[in-house]
Design a protein around this ligand. Structure first.
Ligand SMILES: [Zn+2]
Length: 476
């Protein structure tokens, strides 16, 4: 357990700690820089200076964003000590969808259900920073004990440690803890009991009992799905504030993914039957590409020109449609290739396919009238028709010539990413000829976790020698 490691207490006198405090200056005000240092040290078990400094910069950026956004408290819990679940609103009063849970102030133990919190491994996000700043500005209400480190803070019933280990798969389920003693068996709810049956007892560093999962079954989707369903049942039966708010989101991501993988593998098992419906025959290597897609329902296909990426994509779309796994698929292709895509679809398959064209009313009509089929659009139209696409809810998206989106940080990329279809396929030229940044962004479209958790860790990955040189003092 890294997040609460008490050894962090012993390093407040180190040079690195003082250096970090110096760099932060008053930029975290009203939050004491020490509170943030603690998070930095907990997140970086090897404590090499460049990584500590970068981690601090990453948290400072979130502080700046919190200020820029001008978010304000919306709902606050009535607890006098500042703990509880908060919500936020925009400067213009519009409520934001995030739930921020404050467990303890010093050391700061808080969580949020935003995706940044779930992925960044710092145990902080701009929403938490906003809430903590607001609490500290009304410090009168906060008791002295809250501000001065208690021996062991109150943890949520079902607790998730946000700090990802530096090595290993970093599976979020491995960092789940059932904290409170279960009490008498006959007083437990069925959901609680079911969850406990999947757990084994473990001890924290200061000898508190807790339970963790015996197996997370990362590579066995059927067993994994069972675990996820038991946790979902538990969350439903639990009063919402007792469990970590981040878990809801992590669970939803994982359920989506695990269900998609199971669905894909069923399709893969029946692939020969589905492919019979195609008008042409696939070469062995093309069949392999199609099979690979159905490992998980997502794939970046980076073959060279002329190897029949189009045919593989059509075979994939055909399989999804023929098996009734999807009703609506969207092909996003360069404008000059829309006709060609339609022709190839008609040549190789019986896919119901239509090109999106015409004025806004005509385009809206096509989306509205298409209950089942493949629509072909181009990147520019995705921006213009975003509200239509959002309503149409494609379950499959194909991105052709993805390398032509020169900068994935552009508006087009943001819109494309926001569509969120279950099945995703990217066709691209030889990936290695692209810039690292674009490839990274494309991979993140397929899965936000595919290349590690965020830019901080991609930075960290290049500095792994540090962790060998300085064996971590904070090991889970
Ligand atoms: Zn957040």
């Amino acid at each position: 357990m890294q997040y609460y490691n008490r050894k962090v207490e012993q390093i407040t006198e180190t040079e690195a700690w003082r250096e970090l405090s110096g760099l932060a200056g008053k930029r975290f005000n009203p939050i004491p820089a020490d509170w943030m240092n603690r998070l930095v040290f907990a997140a970086c078990p090897d404590r090499a200076w460049p990584i500590l400094r970068d981690a601090q910069k990453a948290i400072l950026r979130r502080m700046q964003n919190a200020r820029l956004d001008g978010l304000q408290l919306d709902r606050s819990p009535r607890n006098k000590n500042g703990t509880g679940v908060y919500t936020l609103k925009n400067a213009d009063g519009q409520r934001r969808p995030y739930r921020i849970q404050i467990r303890n102030l010093n050391p700061l133990i808080a969580s949020c259900n935003c995706s940044d919190y779930c992925l960044n491994s710092f145990g902080i996000c701009k929403h938490i920073l906003t809430v903590v700043s607001a609490i500290l500005k009304q410090e009168k209400k906060i008791s002295a004990t809250m501000l001065n480190a208690p021996a062991w803070p109150q943890l949520p019933f079902l607790y998730w440690d946000p700090v990802r280990p530096w090595r290993g798969a970093g599976d979020w389920l491995d960092r789940l803890r059932l904290v409170e003693p279960p009490g008498k068996l006959d007083q437990m709810s069925k959901a609680h009991l079911d969850l406990l049956l999947l757990c084994k007892q473990d001890r924290s560093e200061d000898d508190r009992k807790w339970w963790l999962l015996k197996h997370s079954h990362a590579d066995q989707p059927k067993k994994r799905l069972h675990i996820l369903q038991v946790i979902a049942e538990f969350l439903q039966s639990d009063s919402r504030t007792a469990s970590d708010v981040a878990i809801e989101r992590l669970l939803r991501w994982d359920l989506d993914k695990t269900e998609r993988i199971l669905q894909s593998r069923t399709l893969r098992a029946n692939l020969p039957r589905h492919l019979k419906g195609l008008k042409g025959k696939l070469y062995a290597y093309q069949r392999e590409g199609v099979t690979r897609f159905f490992d998980s329902g997502r794939l970046l296909l980076g073959d060279q020109m002329g190897l029949g990426k189009t045919v593989q994509a059509i075979a994939i779309a055909h399989t999804l449609m023929a098996s009734d796994s999807i009703q609506r698929g969207l092909f996003i292709v360069p404008a000059s290739l829309k006709n060609q895509w339609q022709n190839e679809c008609l040549l190789f398959s019986e896919l119901p396919v239509q090109i999106i064209d015409g004025n806004p009313q005509q385009r809206a009509r096509i989306y509205r009238q298409c209950k089942r089929g493949i629509l072909i659009t181009n990147y520019e139209q995705v921006i213009r028709d975003f509200h239509l696409i959002e309503k149409w809810k494609p379950e499959f998206a194909l991105l052709d010539e993805a390398q032509r989106i020169k900068n994935w940080a552009t508006k087009t990329a943001l819109y494309v990413k926001a569509i969120q279809p279950r099945f995703r396929l990217i066709l691209t030229g030889t990936p290695m000829s692209q810039g690292y940044q674009d490839l990274f962004a494309q991979m993140r479209f397929l899965s936000p976790k595919i290349l590690g958790y965020n830019s901080f860790y991609s930075f960290a990955a290049n500095h792994l020698e540090y962790s060998e040189k300085y064996p971590g003092l904070i090991i889970a």
